[in-house]
Each structure stands twice: as C-alpha cells, then as structure tokens.
Write a protein that binds this ligand. Structure first.
Ligand code: PEP
Ligand code: MG
Length: 752
C-alpha cells in the first residue's frame, strides 16, 4: 500500500476516533462522520445507508444530498446502485453513475447531478449492515487507494454499528441492533415446539475498539497473538496425529494459514492504516466469509472455513473472550450454533430445550442426538448466529422449521396458545400411558420406542412404550472420538438392560457407513455411500468389531433374554453369516464357562426391497423381522433420504408402497415370523394407522410419538381402516392419504 494512502486513511481514522470520543447522540455522530469523510476525500457527497430490516436500506446520514431525505429515502436490497452494492457485497465504483445498470433516480435527494459513485458495503463477518457511499460531480473513478481507505472506514463503521454507537433510542435503522423481532425459516430437524432463551455455542467476540491507538503496539499485539496461535495449532496437530488422519489434514491447513506471510502482511498493513489488531483480523475474516459464500469449489470452501475458524481463535486470544468466558446458561436454554458435533452437543446435557443450527443437516449426527433427546431442532436457519445474542427470547417451531427471535407480543401469544395445546395433548397422552394401544375393534398394536443413548432410557416408562424395538448401537460409537472397548460396551449394554427393567430391548448391531461416519475411522470415499459399504456389509468384511459387539451383548445379557438384529440385510447369506458369528461367540462363552443369556432372538432388518423377495424358508428361519422403513422407502422410490429435494417427494401412503408393505406382512404371517416396523413413519399418527391396518403388529418409534400414536389407535376401528385401504388399492388410487385423512377426521379427529 503506497505511503500516501496509509497516512491518509490513518489521518481519517484519527479524525473519526476523535469525533467518536465526543459525547454526542447517535445521529450527531453519523452526521459528523459523513462530514469528515466528504471533507477528507474531497468529494461533494458522502452518505451512510443502514438496513432498517433485512430487505430495506435507509439513508441515515448525508453530506451533500438533501438533508430532508435522511430517514425518508429507502430502497430495497438490490434496488439502485446502493441496493446493488449491498446485494453484491462488493464495491461498486463508477465514473458515470446514471449509465450504470440499476441506477435509480431519487428526486428527493437531488442526486442526478453527481456523476461518480462509489458504494462500499459496511459489513461485519460476512453480514452486510449497510452501505457507505461517496459521490462527486466530476466524472472520475475513485482510485484504488481511495477505495482502500473507504473500506477501512466501512470496517470501522461496521464495528461501531455492532456496538450500538449510532443508536438514537428511537425506532428505525438507528434503533439498537439485535433488538428487533426476527423470524427465520429453516428446515425441520426434529418436530416439537419450545420457548426459551438463546445460548450461543460460540458467543460473538465483540471488538470494543476498532481504532489503532498506536500502530506499533497493535502490530506487536498481533504478532504475539499469532505466536500464541501457532503454538496452539502445533499442539492440536501433535494430539491429532495419534487419533485421526483427517483431523491432521485440517490442522495442517490451520498451520499453513497461521504461518502464511500474506495473511499476516495484510493484517499488518490494515493496522498501519489505523485499525486495531482485532479489527484487522475481523477485516480479513469478513473477506474470507465473503469468498466462502461465493466459492463453488468445495475444497476452497473448506479451506476458507478453516481460515474462519482460525480467525475466531485469534480473536479470542486477542480479546480474551474465550468460550469459557461466555454467558451462564439461561433457564430453558436453546442452543444456537453454526454447526455442532454430536460429542459437543452431548456435553451440554439434556437441559437444552431445543437446538437451532445455521448449517447442520437433517441426517447429521448432532441431529440424531437431538432426535434421541426428542428436543425440537431447526437446521439451515440462515443468519441466526449473526442475529442472536445470548439470553435473547426465542421460540422454536420444530414442526414448521421456523424460529422467532425476540418475538413481539402477538407472536408470543400465538405461540403460547400452540404450546398450551401441546401441553393439553401431553396430559391426554399421560392419562393413557399405561393402557394398551387397543383399537375399537379390539386389535392390540405393540408400541415400542427407538433409542440409542443411555439418556433415552428414562423415556421408556414415561412414554408408555412396551419396550425398545430398535436400539441403534452406532450412536455410542459416533459420539466418541475413539473406538470403545469391549468392556465399556458390555457395561453399557448391561446398564441399558438394567434400565429397561425386564422390558425387551432389540439391539441392532453397528450400522456405520452411509451418513454415519465414525470420527476415528477413515471414511470411505464412496460415490454413493447409502448404497455402499455399510452396516452388515462392513460387519462381515471386517468382523473384528462385530465379534466384539456380539460378545459384549452376550456377556451383558447373562441370565436374561437377548434380542439382536442385523441391519441392512440384503440377502439371506448375509444374515446366515452374521448369525454364525453370533453362534460362535455363544459357543466360546460357553467353553469359557461364562453365564449365557436365557434366550437369544436373532432378527434381520428388512431395509432393501430384495429381502422382501427372499425364499420362504428364510422368513421361517429368522426369529423376527424388522422393517427399517427409512432405508426401505428410499430404496423403493430411489429417493435419497438425506436429499432435501427428493426426500419428501414420495409419500408413504403411496399405493405401490403400501401394496409392497402388505406383501411383507403376508410373507411373515405365512411363515409365522414376528414382524415390526421401526422407521420414522411408525411415529407419524396417520402413517402408523395405515401400518397397523396393513397388519404390522408392532411399531417402534421415537418416545415422544408413542402417546399421539396410541391416542389415535385407541379411537379408531382398524378393520374399517383396512377395508378403506383395500378398497383404494382395488380402485387404483395412487395415494391413500386423502381417503385416510378424511376418514380419520370424521372418525377420530387426529389433531384432537
Ligand atoms: C431405518 O432405516 O428405517 C432404520 C430404522 O434405521 P436407520 O434410520 O438407523 O438407518
Ligand atoms: Mg436403516
């Protein structure tokens, strides 16, 4: 950066700092800033536009335009050159503004006389807060140096906006940030509604002084912080080397950035231009976030993510605002995070009321944990981490995937009504908790629950489930950072059985692969992991873990019944080979003289259409069959369960699928094989009615679904439902949903 611009921008920042130090109201400060900038840059016009809401920019101060237009002139995001600057999130610099695409004449400002226009987004960490504009009469492009100086000023303005320096106490764009109600639409991760207070996983680091008091001191502070950071990264790398090659790769990328001369040089240059060390780090971080949003190449995006993370660490070192200095957990905490790993989420414990993630995905491990805890989860809540502050009131509507931050009274009231309805429903469910799910025609459907963590087990008595129809053992593997030992597994399985107090628990052996990648095993780079090397396929090809798990289960069950099922069996020989492993393990325990389970039931999960067409003798051979509807449905319709575009595209009540499921029920009946259904559909009341009507005698679902499903089943005549489905199938209906929904609303009022 040439000497001239360095001194100029430093001089300008020095003047701004002096103006900021004066004790004056927010508007006065803004007016003073635009005056100073116009004067320093020798331009006729300088204006500041700030977002009034997510879509509208408001002229908040101007030098050179008509003053009466302040707080009157507004434009939508993308509208005019100002709106365009905000939307593009980059500098728009032109010598002939009226000729630019998007130029909008605003008579109230009298701006058509100005030929040159330079708009600079005022942004903080990738979030655009407004636009700084300079305009001049002469037709000229602003020079590189001038633009650079304005960018530095815009950065400072962003920090000051964040700090509320311009707040006037009235409404509008100058009202304090993070005070207005915000509604964010995300994606449903786990149903349910809850109200509480924000608890940020990574609290925002506040830069209280964006100005450099003394460039030399600031440069030294930066260098010391970088040294500190390098030490941390080296340590993380040394620790990771023994655990996981992928983590090593990430930390090596961190080290590369931490040692990057370019990165350091840019920050030093920002400091020389008048920014404090923290503000210089944030300026670089903002740029990285901006690029991250634009990068199409996933590798580049990952590296920019790394740089972002590293910048956060550096800011924490510089400001001393570590995670440990974060706020105390409020009552009814709702965790808000950009993303979170399952282990970190588990660390928070079950006191969390809900989770909102800016990124995340429906199938992520954190989502699995949230689901296991049955707390509402919304993912893809864009902008939530920038908007939310610790302690903010927040309403999470997990049924719609909507989050209300700092809700106004009206929203709060409507939401309160919804919660009250939910509570009344819960009371109804509790009153039938110990009753069977017996339909009006006298059919009893066994309702079991799905589980995967020790923390789930207390739900067994409270949900009204008769047992655990699916215990997903991989969750224990997923939430650790190293392979559990056999002794640990044995103790855990024994505790699960103890907690079940004699109720049946069907342990499913490890289903890893697909979306469930163990952090300590190298993931297989497969083009199509859901159809790849997963579940029983891994168990049979690398039997070490399967054997360890079977042994742990046998030992844990000593003297009591054991139920084991193998996931994703596509062909009888897979079941046979896995069962042979179990038999061998039992024989070994017998030779060792260890006590054995009193009975052992061995089942197969039917999750691929192929198994539905296995020979009749196979159906007779298995001790029980459990339909894993989540996988079965995705393979039946060839629609990826993780892909937002297609995962809801095909309905469970599609007649082809129901006909297929009816075939499975018939085959199990012929063979006299006990059958259950344990996918997510089992927990959806209307789907559960259809499954029970088709003849599934046992449904296994999330604990929170047992009440609603039981409540509905107890109020309907299953024979009528069956007749209705049969008639629809015979008629050639494509979907049974309309018919069934209509019938239920007449006969049972499912919502009531
Ligand atoms: C299923 O596929 O329906 C199932 C129960 O297993 P998971 O969801 O764990 O794959
Ligand atoms: Mg499955």
């Amino acid at each position: 950066m040439p000497e001239r611009s360095e001194t100029e921008s430093r001089k300008l920042l020095g003047r701004l700092r002096a103006a900021m130090a004066e004790d004056s109201a927010g508007q006065t400060r803004l007016d003073r800033i635009v005056q100073l900038i116009a004067d320093s840059m020798a331009t006729e016009v300088c204006s500041i536009y700030l977002f009034r809401d997510g879509e509208t920019l408001e002229l908040c101060a101007t030098e050179g335009l008509n003053r009466a237009a302040v707080h009157q002139t507004r434009m939508r995001l993308g509208e005019g050159l100002v709106g365009r600057t905000a939307r593009l999130r980059r500098v728009v610099n032109t010598a002939n503004a009226p000729a630019e695409p998007g130029f909008r004449y605003m008579p109230e400002t009298g701006e058509e006389r100005y030929s040159s226009f330079c708009g600079i987004p005022i942004q903080r960490l990738g979030e655009v807060l407004g636009v700084l504009v300079v305009q001049s009469l002469s037709a000229r492009r602003f020079t590189h140096d001038e633009v650079y100086a304005l960018e530095v000023v815009a950065m400072v303005l962003a920090e000051m906006t964040e700090l509320g320096v311009f707040v006037n106490g009235d409404s509008g764009a100058l009202s304090p940030r993070h005070k207005q109600p915000v509604m964010i639409r995300g994606t449903v991760g786990q149903e349910g509604s809850t109200a509480g207070r924000v608890y940020l996983h990574e609290p925002r680091v506040l830069v209280t002084n964006p100005f450099s008091d003394d460039p030399e001191t600031e440069a030294r502070r930066l260098r010391e912080a970088i040294d500190n950071l390098r030490g941390n990264v080296d340590q993380m790398l040394a620790e990771a080397i023994t655990i996981d090659a992928d983590q090593v790769q990430v930390f090596e990328a961190y080290r590369m950035f931490a040692n990057s001369r370019g990165w350091l040089r840019r920050m030093e240059s920002d400091i020389a231009n008048g920014l404090s060390a923290e503000a210089a780090v944030e300026k670089e971080q903002s740029l990285a976030r901006l690029r991250m949003g634009q990068a199409a190449d996933p590798y580049l995006r990952d590296r920019l993510h790394d740089l972002d993370d590293l910048s956060n660490r550096l800011l924490r070192i510089l400001t001393g605002q570590g995670r440990e200095t974060g706020a105390e957990m409020p009552d009814n905490p709702i965790l808000v995070a950009r993303n979170i790993g399952p282990g970190e989420l588990l660390d928070y414990g079950k006191s969390l009321r809900g989770v909102v993630l800016e990124e995340g995905s429906v199938g992520s491990h954190a989502a699995i944990v949230a689901r296991a805890w049955a707390i509402p989860l919304v993912v893809h809540a864009k902008g939530i981490t920038a908007e939310a502050l610790n302690g903010d009131p927040i309403l999470v509507d997990g049924d719609q995937g909507i989050v209300h931050l700092r809700p106004d009274d009206q929203v709060r009231k409507a939401f309160g009504d919804k919660l009250a309805m939910q509570t009344r429903a819960q009371e109804r469910y509790s009153s039938i908790r110990d009753q069977p799910a017996r339909t009006l025609c006298g059919t009893e459907v066994a309702l079991h629950m799905n589980a995967g963590l020790m923390a789930d087990l207390p739900s067994l008595p409270s949900s009204g489930a008769e047992g655990v129809g699916l215990f997903r053992t991989e969750l224990q593997f997923l939430v650790r950072n190293k392979m559990p030992r056999r002794g640990e597994l044995e103790a855990l399985y024994a505790r699960v059985m103890d907690s079940a107090q004699g109720k049946r628990v069907a342990f499913r052996t490890l289903d890893i692969g697909s979306d469930k990648v163990l952090p300590y095993l190298k993931p297989n780079d497969e083009p199509n992991p859901a159809m790849g090397w997963r579940a029983i396929r891994v168990g049979l090809d690398k039997p070490g873990v399967l054997r360890m798990q079977l042994q742990a289960l046998i030992r844990a069950a000593k003297g009591r019944p054991l139920a084991v099922m193998f996931p994703f069996v596509a062909s009888p020989e897979e079941y046979r080979a896995a069962r042979a492993e179990l038999d061998k393990a039992v024989a070994r325990e017998r030779i060792l003289g260890h006590p054995l389970p009193v009975t052992i039931e061995v089942g197969a999960m039917l999750e691929t259409p192929s198994l539905a067409f296995a020979p009749a003798c196979f159906f007779a051979e298995v001790d029980f069959m459990s339909v894993g509807g989540n996988d079965l449905k995705q393979f039946f319709f060839a629609a990826d369960r993780e892909n937002e575009r297609v995962r809801r595209r095909y309905d469970t009540l599609n007649s082809s699928y129901l006909r297929f499921l009816a075939g499975i029920v018939a085959r199990c009946r012929e063979a006299g094989t006990p059958l259950s259904f344990c996918g997510e559909d089992a927990g959806r009341p209307i789907e559960a009615v259809a499954l029970a009507a088709l003849g599934f005698p046992m449904l296994s679902m999330r604990p929170a679904s047992v009440g609603p499903v039981k409540h509905l089943l107890r109020r309907i005549d299953l024979k009528e439902a069956r007749a209705l489905i049969e008639a629809g199938l015979a008629r050639g209906d494509v979907s049974l949903r309309p018919e069934l929904t209509d019938w239920l609303s007449r006969s049972a009022n499912p919502g009531g």
